[in-house]
Design a binder for this molecule. Structure first.
Ligand SMILES: [Zn+2]
Length: 267
């Protein structure tokens, strides 16, 4: 076969490969059938322009994504993202509140793949959106499931993620602007850091602190101990209270105070 003929044949094969590229649905199905773990749950909300965030005048803004290249025009597709570090399912590093605290890129990687403890306060949150996860909740959980294992991440499931498509209900601000959603009490955050060897904490709401707190008391109590926190966590009520492992796929930007995270639970 001549070189020209071989090239022509190769290009036909390549065209056929391109045309038969599997649809996104087919690709997803293939991954879903992977037998590596019996259960894999995505604890991450997909980020888009409607994702709720804490409104801080002239500081925070919604996510934006605009094309900088398209396949039709450039032969390759890419977007520009406009984002701040604390938007969407994201992680807080200690330097979010403490100068000289660990930045996102310096969090020990072995603290990002850890046993997952889920404490469900959703029954209380239905009637009282200002409720906190307390030391008593931690103790009640331990009476049922045993002492929280070393290095675990402890996350609050309040059921708030069911509001994700309604940013107004998610932020839940009253006429005065005060927000109403559950979070950790500072005492519980401090207890988990100092009396249990916990690696990270998480909430399915917008903040480690309850919405009503204007002083970031739980953030400060927790991040002062050099550990991480995650917010806007999804699907925690699909994960058992004990027995799963969470992978915290934090972005690694030098000096960052936080950033988007892909959270996945497996068991
Ligand atoms: Zn935070």
């Amino acid at each position: 076969m001549t070189v020209a003929k071989t090239t022509a044949k190769l290009s036909m094969v390549l065209t056929a490969v391109t045309l038969s590229y599997p649809t996104p649905a087919a690709q997803t199905a293939k991954v879903a059938n992977s037998p590596r773990f019996a259960h894999v749950v995505d604890l991450t909300h997909a980020l888009d322009e409607d994702t709720p965030y804490i409104p801080v005048p002239s500081i925070t803004f919604p996510f934006r994504k605009t094309p900088i290249a398209t396949i039709a025009k450039n032969g390759v597709a890419a977007y520009r993202w406009e984002i701040h570090e604390h938007l969407g399912t994201q992680i807080d590093a200690p330097n979010h509140f403490f100068e000289g605290g660990l930045s996102l890129d310096r969090l020990p990687v072995d603290s990002l793949v850890v046993p997952l403890v889920v404490i469900d306060v959703s029954a209380r949150a239905v009637t009282n959106p200002d409720t906190s996860l307390t030391v008593a909740d931690v103790e009640a959980w331990e009476r049922r499931h045993g002492r929280i294992v070393e290095r675990a991440a402890v996350m609050m499931a309040s059921g708030w993620d069911s509001r994700i498509k309604d940013a107004k209900a998610f932020v839940n601000a009253d006429a005065s602007g005060a927000m109403h959603f559950p979070g950790f009490s500072p005492e519980a955050a401090s207890f988990l850091a100092r009396s249990r060897d916990v690696s990270g904490i998480g909430v399915d709401t917008l903040s480690l602190d309850p919405g009503l707190d204007a002083t970031y008391a739980a953030h400060k109590a927790w991040l002062a101990t050099g550990k991480w926190g995650v917010e806007l966590v999804a699907n925690l009520r699909e994960v058992p209270p004990v027995g799963a492992t969470v992978f915290v796929g934090a972005s690694k930007v030098k000096g960052a105070t936080g950033g988007p995270v892909r959270l996945i639970a497996v068991w």
